[in-house]
Every structure is written in C-alpha cells, then in structure tokens.
Design a protein around this ligand. Structure first.
Ligand code: NAD
Length: 252
C-alpha cells in the first residue's frame, strides 16, 4: 500500500476539499525533517507546488505519491554564497512562473547552550548565519517575485525570540533578530500586499510513534507558545485544532 499522510487521524486535510494552493508556488527551507517536512506535506496537501530545499537528503517516501508531481527537492547548503538566489532561480525555472506565493523560512540550528561568557566565535557565526542571515537572504531573493501578485513570508522563529531563558546566547540573539527582520519586512512591504509573519514555537518532540498516554504525559511539559503578528494565517488556523501537544506537523 502506498504512503499517504491524508488518511486516518492525521491533521492534514482531505485532499479534495481544500484547493487553497491551486496554481500557487511555495518555497520551504529545511524541508527534509521536522517542522519543514511537516510544512511541506501541509502545503502539498493544499495543492501548492512546492520547492523544498535542505542540505540533507530528502526521503521521497515521506511525500504522498499523489503529491510528488508538485514537489521538487533541491539539495543545497543555504549558507553558501549565492545559494539562496540559486534556490529562487531554480523555483522560477521549475514551475515556469514569475511568481512565488509563499516563502517558509524554516531551516534552523540550535546552539550549544553557551552563555555570553563562554560562547565561541565559530558557534556564534554558525548560528547567526543559518538562523538569521539565510532567512533574510531568502526574503531578499523572493521579494522581486512577490511584488507583482503579493505573497506571504513565514519565518519560524522560536520562543527564544522573546525570551532570554530558552537557549544559549547565539540562538537567542538569532531568533530575536529574525523577529526584527519579520517586523521590518511586514512594515516595508505591506502596501505591496506582501505579508510577513513569524511563528514562535516552544519545544517540540518527535512524537510520531509515541503511544497516546506518552503524548498526554509529554504535553503537560511541552506547551507550545505561539504568537502571530497578525492573524491572517488562515491556512494554519483553519486546519489545526487548539491543542497543547506540539508535533512537527502541529507545532503550535
Ligand atoms: N524543535 C524545536 O523544539 C523548535 C522550537 C522552536 C523553534 N524551532 C525552530 O523551528 C525550525 C525547524 O526546527 P526543527 O526542529 O524542525 O529542526 P530539524 O533539525 O528537524 O530541521 C531543520 C532542517 O533544516 C536543515 N538545515 C539546517 N541548516 C541548513 C542549511 N544551512 N542549509 C539547508 N538546510 C539546512 C536541516 O538539514 C534540517 O533538515 C528551526 O528554525 C528551529 O529553530 C524548533
């Protein structure tokens, strides 16, 4: 039997009733695992054409066979010079349209939980590059393709974007910075019908194989805190029931 994430009790929508993304193109960074993979599945479930990028291999078995024709994977390290522009170039060439409707900036890395007295320059540069510089470069690269038709930029930040007590100094600074990028972009481009929002998850566990009693147990410790700068994220809010359980496909 072929794999499908549209069946059973999954939170993803039945494929025939929600064509929200029909004819639209989305780019998802960090698509090979966790939140990025779940987001890729979500957009495909809504009929989007998706360009996914990740530095690690993508398991195509995780994409429903019926969605694979609308999914293109590009393996690449987004921190390399010119790579963000290259991803957008590939997306436009692949789908043959001078438009990108959604950018989901999800690729990210955790730091070593080092505070300001012990962090290393290398760790700081690594975390800031992936969590702050790359999303901002991706935004710069897609904006020319959003200006004509509008678009939506989604930056996955973290609880650490508003809290100083969630991670090391590098991760905390990078996610605070991403929040600033989000606000500035939302302000500068709102008249061009381009929305820019951040999502601030708390902690997530991979609970796919956990028995339900374990999920209930974990949920009491891992309540998700999320905030949207505006509430126009219809895609998410129409799909996900209020819940205290954080999952890659339902992290909020
Ligand atoms: N996991 C959590 O508890 C949690 C909590 C708050 C925020 N977040 C944020 O959510 C996002 C996704 O987290 P996740 O838990 O799904 O992580 P994950 O490690 O499962 O997935 C991140 C993906 O990004 C990719 N990636 C990393 N650096 C890359 C690069 N330079 N180029 C291309 N791809 C790269 C990785 O290969 C990986 O597939 C991150 O931005 C993270 O900071 C996660």
């Amino acid at each position: 039997m072929s794999f499908s994430y549209h069946d059973g009790n999954n939170v993803l929508p039945p494929r025939t009733i929600d064509p929200a993304g029909f004819g639209k193109v989305a780019i998802v960074t960090g698509c090979a695992s966790g939140v990025g993979l779940a987001t890729t599945q979500l957009f495909l479930g809504h009929q989007y054409e998706v360009l996914g990028v990740d530095m690690h291999e993508m398991e195509y078995s995780k994409i429903d066979e019926r969605d694979q024709g609308r999914f293109h994977f590009h393996k690449g390290n987004l921190t390399e010079q010119g790579e963000c522009d290259e991803v957008v170039r590939i997306c436009v060439a692949k789908y043959g349209r001078e438009r990108i409707d959604v950018l989901a900036n999800i690729a990210g890395v955790m730091d070593a939980f080092e505070a300001a007295d012990v962090y290393t320059d290398a760790e700081w540069d690594r975390v800031m590059m992936v969590n702050l510089t790359v999303p901002t470069r991706m935004i710069r690269a897609v904006l020319p393709f959003m200006k004509a038709n509008g678009g939506s930029i989604i930056n996955v930040a973290s609880k650490a974007a508003v809290s100083g007590a969630a991670a090391g100094v590098a991760y905390t600074a990078s996610k605070h910075g991403l929040l600033g990028v989000t606000k500035n972009t939302a302000w500068r481009f709102h008249e061009e019908n381009i929305r820019c929002n951040a999502i601030l998850p708390g902690g997530k566990r991979d609970l796919h194989n956990a028995p339900i009693h374990q999920i209930d147990h974990i949920s009491s410790y891992h309540r998700y805190e999320s905030r949207y700068f505006n509430r126009r994220c219809q895609l998410r809010s129409s799909l996900l029931p209020a819940s205290s359980v954080g999952l890659p496909e339902r992290p909020l």
